[in-house]
Design a protein around this ligand. Sequence first.
Ligand SMILES: Nc1nc2c(c(=O)[nH]1)N(C=O)[C@@H](CNc1ccc(C(=O)N[C@@H](CCC(=O)O)C(=O)O)cc1)CN2
Ligand SMILES: Nc1ncnc2c1ncn2[C@@H]1O[C@H](COP(=O)(O)OP(=O)(O)OP(=O)(O)O)[C@@H](O)[C@H]1O
Length: 205
Amino acid sequence: MAAPHLFPHFPPGDDALLRAAKTVAREEAQARRARAYAAGAGPALAAHVLREAPPPAGAVVAGFWPMGHEIDIRPLMRALAARGHRLCLPRTPRRGLPLDFRAFAFGDVLAKGPVGTQQPPEDAPRLVPDWLIVPLLAFDRAGRRLGYGGGYYDRTLAALPGAGTLGVAFACQEMDVVPSGPHDAPLDAVATEAGVMRFREGSPG
Ligand SMILES: Nc1nc2c(c(=O)[nH]1)N(C=O)[C@@H](CNc1ccc(C(=O)N[C@@H](CCC(=O)O)C(=O)O)cc1)CN2
Ligand SMILES: Nc1ncnc2c1ncn2[C@@H]1O[C@H](COP(=O)(O)OP(=O)(O)OP(=O)(O)O)[C@@H](O)[C@H]1O
């Protein structure tokens, strides 16, 4: 925020000047929030995961291409690629099927998927991940997650029982209890910009 002396008290009756000053202050506050979102969370998330819960050496890692207000996992994916991990991203199949993971490297061109997702093109080689970075809307301290309701990750994780699973979110996405049923695959750990919570000993690294 600009120094407070730039926003002095305005005498009554000077509404136009006050409104203009507030407009400037709002723009500054929004820019600050945007900078925190763009520059802070992704690198902080990557640092926590690399230090506290990295994938096993050589693991094929499934990420996803972040959209909307999802936490930016690209710094983490770049760091994992630099450590020699092969990366893949999901293609969304029709409803009822598990996600279809395809090889990805930074610089590859992505195609449009459903609901604003970006995914590798159809001709990208198929890969089976053994460690997955999992998007979510909400999580709790038991490792339960709430997705977007497609059931895609639940079906995918059911088909990959040995795989490591790291949920990723902003810390504010934690809930006391996430409602869950028999199909809901619990996570090994959740990482946020504030740190890593592990729910299963020795996992997911
Ligand atoms: N960034 C990111 N990528 C991701 C996910 C995610 O959460 N975040 N996914 C996490 O799962 C998968 C995509 N999830 C989806 C969840 C719901 C629907 C869905 O409701 N589809 C509607 C059709 C809507 C449309 O095409 O406009 C449908 O099947 O009826 C589609 C994809 C894979 N990629
Ligand atoms: N392993 C599974 N086998 C069969 N059906 C499943 C499986 N997992 C989930 N489903 C079904 O898919 C639907 C959506 O599940 P749910 O609401 O748990 O999705 P979600 O966890 O929010 O989404 P996602 O896993 O894609 O992030 C439900 O009808 C659920 O019963």
